[in-house]
Design a protein around this ligand. Structure first.
Ligand code: ADP
Ligand code: FBP
Ligand code: MG
Length: 328
């Protein structure tokens, strides 16, 4: 593909993540460096279907490395889930003489990109951008580090109230299917208990554990609950259950919500995004396609996009033990 590679398109898709702008910037500037044309597609796959794209040059991406969100905007596109939608999207790529598409997004976006490649033999590259960190084959996804820092900062603040009022707080963090944010931010913020989607702790064990830690002299407690936890109760029901079964604490529930997705990216996310953006363009120049560019032990790596969507070995066990030990 190297000889005919001339025009690259880039889009951001799915939930926005801090560092997406830095990734777009790196893609655009790598194109400029290697003398390729870069087109920015607005609103993810929705914009691809509606032909909302324009050329970007090195100056189009000035002053965005420090900004959260994505200036290309993002979308969850229902139309792209249909074969008619994807046909339209492909038609627009061809009409604009695009040779390859770089998709910055999460597992859903990669599934869509893979369909584009399989159905129309169109070259795609994925860059993992999601706060969830739920992608196989990369140690980190863009936005995850920033989200962790945001969550820890928020929990630190809630801890002030928890300890001043001898309260137990249940704090819901994002992560529909992945417990990475809950587990890591939970350990970082010193939570007593952490509930994640990958492991059902069971409500009885939770109550027992809270009773035990109360006996050791704790006067307040923080329970971090991932959005997708498998306790079978939503966080408010869980709060009521805990209040009914545990003496001596007032219980409060706090749902952190979308503050976790916003804000200036951390330095780690900016550097990660820059490495992956450059890596994506260089991979295309090397003739690679249908891969995800990731980071493994500090090295920029590539794996087939299909593999990026496989169930990952999240290695939560060690962290769960660390959480148990450090919250004793
Ligand atoms: N099975 C699928 N087939 C085609 N497109 C998909 C599929 N799953 C997701 N997509 C596209 O990718 C978009 C983003 O996926 P989503 O799961 O919302 O976010 P993320 O990429 O962050 O996981 C969806 O809105 C849809 O347009
Ligand atoms: O913003 P929305 O549409 O409510 O989506 C919320 C979901 O988006 C996320 O923040 C990010 O998920 P994706 O990266 O898969 O889009 C999840 O943690 C959360 O469940
Ligand atoms: Mg996802």
């Amino acid at each position: 593909m190297t000889e005919k590679l001339k025009n690259i398109a880039v889009l951001t898709s799915g939930g926005d993540a801090p560092g997406m702008n830095a990734a777009i910037r790196a893609v655009v500037r790598a194109c400029s460096f290697y003398d390729l044309n870069c087109f920015g597609v607005y609103k993810g796959y929705e914009g691809l279907i509606n032909n909302e794209m324009e050329p970007l040059n090195a100056r189009s991406v000035r002053n965005i490395i420090n900004k959260g969100g994505t200036f290309l905007k993002s979308a969850r596109s229902k139309a792209f889930m249909t074969s008619e939608g994807r046909k339209k999207a492909h038609g627009n790529l061809i009409a604009n003489q695009i040779d390859a598409l770089i998709v910055i997004g999460g597992d859903g976006s990669f599934t869509g990109a893979l369909k584009l490649s399989e159905e129309f033999d169109f070259p795609v590259i994925g860059i993992p951008g999601t706060i969830d960190n739920d992608i196989n084959g990369t140690d980190y996804t863009i936005g995850y580090d920033t989200a962790l820092n945001t969550v820890v900062e928020a929990i630190d603040k809630i801890r002030d109230t928890a300890s001043s009022h001898n309260r137990l707080f249940l704090i819901e963090v994002m992560g529909r299917d992945a417990g990475d944010i809950a587990l890591n931010a939970g350990i970082g913020a010193g939570a007593e208990e952490i509930l994640i989607p990958e492991e059902d702790m069971g409500i009885d064990r939770l109550i027992d554990s809270l009773k035990k830690s109360k006996k050791t002299g704790k006067t307040s407690s923080i329970i971090v609950v991932a959005e997708g936890d498998k306790s079978g109760k939503n966080i408010f029901e869980l709060g009521e259950h805990v209040e009914q079964h545990l003496d001596g604490y007032e219980v409060r529930v706090s749902v952190l919500g979308h503050i976790q997705r916003g804000g200036a990216p951390s330095c780690y996310d900016r550097v990660l995004a820059s490495k992956l953006g450059v890596g994506a363009v260089e991979a295309l120049l090397e003739g690679k396609r249908d891969i995800m560019i990731g980071i493994v032990h500090k090295d920029v790596t590539s794996i087939p996009l299909k593999q990026a969507l496989e169930k990952r070995d999240h290695q939560h066990d060690r962290l769960i033990k660390v959480a148990d030990i450090t919250s004793v």
